[in-house]
Design a protein around this ligand. Structure first.
Ligand SMILES: O=C[C@H](O)[C@@H](O)CC(=O)C(=O)O
Ligand SMILES: [Zn+2]
Length: 277
């Protein structure tokens, strides 16, 4: 077996507020996604979003179904987004090979059979995986960073100068809204001022951090915040009631992905600075 999974149940805000560091991490922090020769998946009960990692070496890795999906194939009733944060690699969907360079994204429509390969085992691809339930098949499509819609936000003065690359504005998906944010050198804050969006959960994968750098990821209801310390290539789940913002000891990049009731990136409830506690 090269496809492994763990499960995260949904947590309400009162329960989360009573948690210490270890419990917060056990519920919201997702580490160990990128293991050589493995597909590691975390099945969450937040909009049934699955976050995972696939690191193929010499042999291709087939995306096998997992028990919580309750289907014969993984994508029988799901869609998938693959973002490559490693060396060049290939995602094969129903006999068609898609070549993904670093930071390229592939949308895979419902019903496809998927396997992953690296071009060179010595410089393996590191595929970040996001999957949510789907109601119809949209075409499988490759999207490069250059094709993403770019938004430049923040400023050097407020240490949050960053570029947002929206992947799913030019391709159709059932539920998943995904993109990547790159912080400029010297900028450390993301998503501050903060926001919430109860109609969509979100997950972040922080990456491109130096080995000893950390991002303090802020979560919780705006009036009851907590933090989780994140290292390189670690993910964190943001329940729909939670803010999701971070401050790093260096600049960094992250992949954000949402699933839920609508696909409207701009539909967020801003959090007033006065209400943060
Ligand atoms: O709902 C949107 C997500 O939280 C992110 O796109 C925010 C983000 O990348 C940023 O402000 O840096
Ligand atoms: Zn958000």
């Amino acid at each position: 077996m090269t496809t492994e999974h763990t499960i995260r149940f949904a947590v309400d805000p009162l329960a989360a507020a009573a948690m210490g560091t270890d419990e917060l991490r056990a519920n919201f922090h997702v580490g160990g996604l990128f293991e050589a020769g493995m597909i590691n998946l975390t099945y969450t009960h937040y909009d049934r979003m699955i976050v995972g990692g696939a690191v193929p070496l010499g042999d291709a890795l087939k995306l096998e179904t997992i028990r919580p999906n309750g289907t014969k194939s993984f994508l029988e009733r799901r869609e998938l987004v693959v973002v490559n944060i490693g060396g060049p690699g290939t995602v094969v969907c129903g006999g068609t090979e898609h070549h993904l360079g670093t930071r390229d994204m592939l949308y895979v429509g419902m019903g496809e059979e998927v396997s992953f390969a690296s071009r060179e085992a010595g410089q393996p691809a590191r595929f970040y995986l996001l999957s949510a339930p789907a109601h119809r098949t949209y075409p499988t499509r490759l999207l490069t960073m250059a094709e993403a819609r770019r938004l430049d936000l923040g400023s050097q003065e407020t240490s949050n100068e960053r570029s947002i690359f929206q992947f799913t504005t030019t391709i159709e998906t059932c539920q998943i809204v995904v993109g990547m944010t790159q912080l400029a050198k010297g900028s450390v804050w993301n998503t501050m001022p903060a926001h919430v969006h109860d109609r969509r959960m979100e997950a972040y994968l922080y990456f491109d951090l130096p080995e000893t750098a950390r991002v303090f990821h802020f979560m919780g209801e705006p009036e009851e915040t907590r933090h989780i310390v994140m290292a390189n290539e670690e993910a964190v789940i943001s329940p729909s009631w939670s803010i999701h913002s971070g401050c790093g000891t260096s600049n960094y990049a992250f992949i954000w992905a949402m699933a839920g009731d609508n696909l409207d990136y701009t539909d967020v409830d801003p959090v007033e600075m006065d209400s943060l506690r």
